[in-house]
Design a binder for this molecule. Sequence first.
Ligand code: GLC
Length: 559
Amino acid sequence: MDQIPWWKKTIVYQIYPRSFYDSTGNGIGDLKGIISKLDYIKDLGVETVWFSPFYDSPQKDFGYDIRNYREIALEYGTMEDCERLIMEMHDRGMKIVLDLVLNHTSDQHTWFVQSRSSKDNPKRDWYIWRDGRKPLGKKPPNNWKAIIRGSGWHYDAQTDQWYWTQFLPFQPDLNYRNPEVQTEMLDIVRFWLEKGVDGFRLDIIDALFEDEKFRDNPCSFRLLPSEKSPDYLFQSKKYTQHHPDTLKFLKSLRSVIDEYSPTRFMVGEVTGPMFMLRKYCGDETNDGLNLVFLFKSLGISLNTIKIRRLIQLYESFFSYPHIPTWVFSNHDRMRRISRLGGDIKKAKLNMALQLTVRGVPFIYYGEEIGMENHNLEIETSLDPVAHKFYKVPNFILMAIKKYLGESINRDECRTPMQWNSAQNAGFTKAEIDPWLPITPSYSERNVKIQTENADSLLQCYKRFLKLRNTTPALNSGTIVIINSSELPSNVLSYIRSYSHGSEKQIAVIYLNISDDSLEFKNPHKYANFAESTTVHTRNEKIKNVEIFLFPWEGVVYIA
Ligand code: GLC
């Protein structure tokens, strides 16, 4: 029997529920809309769907501010719709992953409303409250900064104390040092596991615990954060991130998850250096998170040396029994194709890398049709992070964009899914204003048009997804990068090998990371052509002795 757990072989598709499909005609996506599109996702070749939060929420951070963990936001549907979604997915052999925001709640959650009402309310200690600095107490308790701009402490006049938030002021942090909080949050996890969800994506999970003594964070040399370090504005996160108690709590969480069968899994949003990310997966026994997002791929340029190094880096920290994740876009970051100059050929090559390299691929809705970031004005943004930067002069925002390669306004990557060329891209009724404007290139970049074109990005995704799903070497094999002098320097090549009992398979991948057509001898003549990013490939017809790659073509051979 195959021992590899399903989640190591799966492909995850992320849906931002507000933007997928509006079934009610109010300009906002909803659960019934998603259910009506499940066949599309299944047909694409995706098994697992991760949903950004659809729990009850005032939607100030579009669901990442939860008001009730056991209810569904009215605008998205009801608990019955959610149960139907779970059932419909399972009926199709699909898996469902919910987004859990354990670190903080909405300030409108009844727990917080009670907590802030008085110092002796039983819920007071569910959040992190401190006196301000003496003598007047009108300064925050210490120097801790929030992840997004400015102090993370907020003064509450009613009780003359300050509460702590890792993210935005309306997202108060829960106090995990209170055992009642831990018990309640684990109960919520059980609640959803009982309903049949197959896994969780854990939001800013590296921020659960802070220093018990509330010591000031030390200085850092960094002005802006990077994939390596979240330090910014010259402050380290020593006492506010990666606390050892967070890692301990995650082990308890893992044991709850492991009580359930069939196997469930967790993927965590963690930022920091690779060794730290790896720690979140637990000790030798792998008793922490099953997966962590690796974000270095988000901004990587298509360059043979850089990609080769990245694969090696991921493999050195997440070698078997661990497994890397490959993420190129999500609801917080710039869409990958916009970093590739909107170029479909490059997007195909990027997809071929993502679906053939060792790791769990995460595809962001619309990535399969080349949906681009929509350049939107910060003044009219709905994203609360963008609000924090309203008053920052434009030249500074441009500099941040340039340095970080990111847009401050997350609306730009959250625009509605593009289903067809009709008004509003078929996301909602033509006469309705969608909650965010449709990205202008929707008339060519939509599901309908690309379904009809055999050489479209969408069809290319489908072919590669199918190949990956049916090829053990690709979904479960080891990886070895080929360093051969016979290969042109712009070709990245690796071998995926699978062996289980008498079953053996290898897949050889060649990616032409250049604008040139290339011709070279095939070092693996014994493998047969299986797939290409272009339907015009010459490799299908010519003998395997020679390989001919069009600019940005990626091909797979199998033996
Ligand atoms: C995570 C989410 C982001 C959210 C934030 C606060 O980074 O991905 O969308 O705003 O946490 O919950």
